[in-house]
Design a protein around this ligand. Sequence first.
Ligand SMILES: [Fe+2]
Length: 253
Amino acid sequence: MLFQGSAAVVLPQTPKHSANWIISVKRSEINAIMQKADDFIQSRGFYLPPFAYWTPDAWTRKGPEASEIVENKLGWDITDFGQGDFHRIGLFLFTIRNGNVQNWQTLTGKLYAEKIMIVEDGQVTPMHFHWRKMEDIINRGGGELLIQLYHATADEQLDEKNAVHVSVDGLQRTLEPGDTVRLIPGESISLQPRCYHKFWGQGRVLIGEVSLVNDDQHDNRFYEPLGRFPEIDEDAPPLHLLCSDYARYFKGK
Ligand SMILES: [Fe+2]
């Protein structure tokens, strides 16, 4: 069933490749995605922090004052989920703020995270849930955002039987398993841990995410095994570093 709109929704196909496929992405392509994303973000009246524009050379001269950016993986993040077809299955992200696992364990420091993301028309972020992170996904404009939802069963499969209860801007909704929620610009949805979600854009959509600490290393459960950080073919110098590049440039610990 589709909410907020009567037209039938054609669900994008689930990816077929496994995480064992190593498909590299060209750095020149990543640079182009970054540039296009930055243009779109600014066109929506949203601005990235200055560290977004540090050059790779500048990164080599940064000291301990920049450790939080590195340790909490703030910054640019582009993923094709290991499928080698970014425009069909992929996501642009920029992590603006984040804590880390230690904050979670001690309940001190930053316990929250914020991202800005972009989905292209029909571009899919595959079905996944988080064991610990609760997140609000916010449509910040440009198009409409479609999110398909299921609970996870105890053995982490899609729960085809039980209804899904979500909050959309503070309004409670009860959905059938596999229902798709349509978020228009300004709307947001709160997703509890263990709530499977898959999303894609109708039109190009700027998305906000406000959540508990984000831990991509340990807290993502993809329904089908997928990669998260791409292998990169260095066919050009980086325009800006991805958060997965920091270890090779940052010596400031
Ligand atoms: Fe998520």
